[in-house]
Design a protein around this ligand. Structure first.
Ligand code: G3H
Length: 250
């Protein structure tokens, strides 16, 4: 039985004080959701310390949105995986399409970030997904396969056993357009098949999240699909009742 996960990527939103209020709102409503659902909040770096403190005892885990590709040194503005882990953070998003698109992150960079994450016991939430034109010209299977082969295939079986994957079609992120449950299932099943080519039966245990305009009204249909194990939520994670409403989709 795979874990059910609802992760909220707050992106560059909220002040630290607003973030703590949001976390408290989620914690207050969490009792309405099946205890089988694992909630993760993923605030900006500036909030991590306070959010970890306030999340203690709530059962809500905390993640970071990125980490540096290097361990330490003269990299102005970067935040290392060790710094993040030292705060008690458990997860880190790597390869989000916004990082790939706006900050030029390539598979080469992401391989280095993966090494840093695992060396510091952070669990990566590795994002894959195609752009609109790649969906329309039918190349989306090739794009997603390459994103997996170039990074995930470099992991050891032990590392792979901890990995979470998030499939986020770029055309659905923040656009209000959601992949249909059938589209999500098709590509999630494909991702699992590609993972099995390298890691065999272990791929059956990999948590694969859907991300892209997921909201309380469409979560249940998406989460009902066999290979959709939860969501990586953007906009709807900024409203406690919506985030919790998505958790009720299980
Ligand atoms: O990381 C989260 C995704 O980019 C989804 O964002 O729910 O605002 O579309 P969204």
């Amino acid at each position: 039985m795979r874990k059910k996960v609802v992760a909220g990527n707050w992106k560059m939103n909220t002040t630290p004080a607003e973030g703590v209020e949001l976390l408290k709102g989620v914690a207050a409503l969490k009792g309405d959701v099946c205890s089988c659902v694992n909630f993760i909040v993923i605030p900006p770096f500036t909030h991590l310390s306070e959010i970890v403190k306030n999340a203690k005892g709530t059962g809500i885990a905390v993640g970071a949105q990125n980490c540096a590709a290097e361990a330490k040194g003269a990299y102005t503005g970067e935040v290392s995986a060790k710094m993040i882990a030292s705060l008690g953070v458990e997860y880190v998003i790597l390869g989000h399409s916004e990082r790939r698109e706006y900050y030029g992150e390539t598979s080469a960079t992401l391989n280095k970030k993966m090494v840093q994450a695992y060396e510091n016991n952070l669990i990566p939430i590795y994002c894959v997904g195609e752009k609109l034109e790649e969906r329309e010209n039918g190349k989306y299977f090739d794009v997603v396969r390459a994103q997996i082969e170039e990074v995930v295939f470099n992991l050891t079986p032990e590392q792979f056993s901890k990995l979470i994957i998030a499939y986020e079609p770029v055309w659905a992120i923040g656009t209000g357009k959601t992949a249909t449950a059938e589209q999500a299932q098709e590509i999630h099943a494909f991702i699992r098949k590609v993972l099995a080519e390298k890691f065999g039966d272990a791929a059956a245990n990999t948590v694969i999240l859907y991300g892209g305009s997921c909201k309380p009204s469409n979560a249940a249909e998406l989460f009902a699909k066999e290979d959709v194990d939860g969501g990586l939520i953007g906009g709807a994670a900024l409203v406690a009742s919506d985030f919790i409403g998505i958790g009720k989709g299980f």
